[in-house]
Design a protein around this ligand. Structure first.
Ligand SMILES: O=C(O)c1ccc[n+]([C@@H]2O[C@H](COP(=O)([O-])O)[C@@H](O)[C@H]2O)c1
Ligand SMILES: Cc1cc2nc[nH]c2cc1C
Length: 348
């Protein structure tokens, strides 16, 4: 694996280009910061976003950590692949290509369902009784993520986002985040797709028990012991995307827990992450901080997953990527550069 470092040496030149644009200095605020970040990753306007949504089931649901019936995982995969659900609506609104990929859903899809079959296991195991993932199957899921990103890149995408669907996966996400950050479990655990206050306390107790049962803290061990197959696919996909020099639009709580694993394994990956939104799930900001992310572009109290936060931010990301390369300068627009004049006079 070799993730190329982003092109920091060009930052000063890009900052100068930004100052030459026909506007008062710094008037595009965080959008111009984003323009600079994107240019150091990929110095041209972005056009095509691919959203890879990986789906899997989770054995930890046996412990009563979610209200959602397990069949919702496969039902939602079918729904998404038919163009239903939030992720499909958002993807069609912002012109992104959506693929739904089964890595470990407890359901047999038929070819006409339009769900990509990359099944590596029939769900994960209950990690209160065994490691969640089988090592070999975990590696296969990582490899699947890589292959899907390579294919999306071959089809012409120049930016990538990951989504997920998996009843029970917020328990995996919180467990991995707690193992990798050392932060108290309650600070990282929320109600997921919906729990009462008492049920949330039970979910926290389950996670605390899991952390005792699985004391290993090396990132790959954490992924195998506490993770999910869709999370493993996202880890592999993120590595591949960074290797290809693609900006990665970071979605919410669950995808960010996979990003934390990926960054712990390969710190250079962090520079390719664009922080799209802050999920309302308890602990998302703590995960973003542990990764070293910039403040999120959107803070809309969303907490759905599916890649919806990344999709909602894509129009802003695409817009920012055009500023350095497509906006006219003072000179090109025949506009007096008052700041430059004042600088010549020694006023600024
Ligand atoms: O990523 C997020 O910010 C997020 C926050 C809350 C819930 N989810 C979604 O909720 C599902 C898992 O919820 P749960 O309660 O069954 O663990 C899973 O399909 C996720 O996509 C996702
Ligand atoms: C209905 C439903 C939709 C979802 N989308 C992502 N996670 C989800 C969980 C549930 C329960």
């Amino acid at each position: 694996m070799s993730i190329p470092p982003i092109d920091r040496s060009s930052l000063v030149r890009y900052q100068q280009i930004l100052l030459s644009k026909a506007m008062p200095p710094h008037s595009l605020g965080r959008l111009s910061d984003l323009a600079l970040d994107l240019a150091m990753i990929r110095p041209r306007p972005l056009k095509h976003l691919s959203l890879l949504l990986f789906a899997a089931d989770h054995g930890i649901v046996e412990e009563g950590v979610t209200h959602s019936p397990v069949e919702i995982t496969y039902q939602q995969c079918l729904n998404f692949a038919r163009g239903g659900g939030a992720c499909s609506l958002f993807a069609s609104q912002v012109d992104a290509a959506l693929a739904v990929i089964d890595v470990a859903v407890k359901h047999t899809f038929s070819i006409s369902d339009n769900v990509v079959d990359r099944k590596v296991a029939w769900g994960s195991r209950n990690f209160l009784t065994a490691p969640a993932l089988e090592r070999e199957a975990c590696l296969k899921a990582v490899e699947t993520g890589r292959q899907l990103v390579l294919q999306a890149h071959e089809r012409g995408c120049d930016a990538i986002a990951f989504g997920e669907m998996g009843v029970g996966n917020t328990t995996s996400a919180s467990s991995m985040a707690a193992a990798l950050t050392g932060l108290p479990v309650p600070s990282l655990t929320g109600k997921g797709s919906g729990l009462s206050d008492a049920e949330l306390l039970h979910k926290i107790a389950v996670i605390e028990q899991a952390l005792v049962l699985h004391p290993q803290r090396a990132p790959f061990e954490v992924l195998c012991n506490l993770g999910g197959y869709e999370l493993a696919a996202i880890v592999g996909g993120m590595w591949q995307a960074a290797e290809l020099g693609l900006p990665i639009l970071l979605d919410g709580y669950v995808v960010s827990s996979a990003a934390l694993v990926a960054v712990k394994l390969e710190p250079a990956l962090a520079d390719y992450l664009i922080t799209c939104h802050r999920s309302a799930m308890q602990g998302h900001q703590a995960i973003l901080d542990a990764i070293g992310c910039k403040p999120p572009l959107l803070d809309l109290a969303m907490q759905l997953g599916e890649g919806t936060g990344a999709l909602a931010a894509w129009p802003l990301v695409r817009l920012a990527s055009r500023i350095l390369f497509e906006m006219t300068s003072f000179e090109e627009g025949n506009v007096t550069n008052s700041t430059a004049l004042l600088a010549q006079l020694g006023v600024v």
